[in-house]
Ligand binder design. Structure first.
Ligand code: CA
Length: 294
């Protein structure tokens, strides 16, 4: 198991790998929560936290044979949450940032399949918030999403998901963290139920993918493109063009027919709108992509 003693705060090609693995190896990675496990009591003050140490990701992991131009396929084989979760309302953060006059913290017991929220009972749906590889250029803080993955806060990155991340540097330099016990599409109040835990996964390297600057994933019979940008409008345009590429590649239609099919069958969905870039996903039935060999 890769211990959460090995964390970093920004994806970069300049980080030294803490583990080298072969494709196909089963790996378990321990993760800290998005607050770096600094909160264990609802009476704590958020301004007393060390904000230079938030959104830790465990890694980076060097995956043998991964080279620039490949896809790193990550299959999520298991997510195990620890028993205490935390969320917060934070002034000036998220959709309600102007409404919150002070910070508040709420703690959650996650020992069962459900958790209590005041007088309500909510289901637990584990997911991975931060997952990615070294970006093409420079360093991207773990709090931000991008073409390399990062803080996409996509609630569909969960058990059984097959995520394809573009490889920009030898070994890919993979890392993950920021598990959530629950989060709605959008993550409008900036946090989900943040929790530490363990993720078990396997890697596969798909060689020489000619179009590979943004992640895609497969989940429950659907094929998804992911795109992060400064505005939702840019993200929507970006993800639509990504899907247009992949459906054209898969079906060999002309652009007009591909675009028509997307208008009929593609669903546009929001991952998050607060990180502070926005991440969207577009969903299509996976059956249309069977010629892709992905
Ligand atoms: Ca997050």
């Amino acid at each position: 198991m890769l211990s959460s003693n090995h964390v970093f705060y920004g994806f970069s090609k300049d980080l030294k790998p803490v583990l080298t693995v072969e494709p196909g190896e089963i790996i378990t990675i321990e993760t800290l929560d998005a607050f770096n496990n600094q909160i264990n009591d609802a009476t704590q003050k958020l301004d007393e936290l060390d904000w230079n140490k938030v959104n830790p990701a465990t890694g980076p992991i060097y995956v043998k044979t991964a080279e620039p131009g490949d896809f790193l396929k990550v299959t999520i084989e298991g997510i195990e949450l620890n028993s205490t979760g935390v969320m917060a309302s934070i002034p000036h953060a998220g959709v309600f940032g102007n409404i919150h006059k002070k910070s508040t913290i709420k703690m959650f017991n996650l020992e069962d399949e459900f958790t209590e929220f005041n007088d309500l009972v909510l289901p637990i749906s584990p997911m991975i918030g931060v997952i990615g590889v070294a970006p093409e250029n420079g360093m991207v803080p773990n709090g931000e999403p991008g073409g390399h993955g990062g803080n996409m806060d996509n609630r569909l990155i969960t058990l059984g998901t097959e995520l394809y991340l573009p490889v920009f540097h030898p070994g890919a330099l993979f890392g993950l963290g920021d598990l959530h016990a629950s989060m709605g599409d959008g993550e409008v109040n900036v946090t989900g139920i943040e929790v530490s835990g363990k993720v078990t996964l396997t890697f596969e390297v798909l060689k020489k993918i000619k179009h590979h600057n943004h992640p895609i994933f497969k989940k429950d019979g659907s094929f998804y493109c992911l795109y992060s940008a400064d505005t939702l409008d840019e993200a929507v345009e970006g993800v639509s063009n990504e899907m247009l590429y992949w459906i054209t590649e898969a079906l060999q239609y002309d652009l007009s027919d591909s675009a028509m099919l997307l208008s009929l069958m593609a669903d546009l969905e929001i991952c998050q709108v607060v990180d502070p870039k926005k991440t969207v996903r577009m969903k299509m039935p996976n059956i249309y992509f069977r010629n892709l060999n992905l």
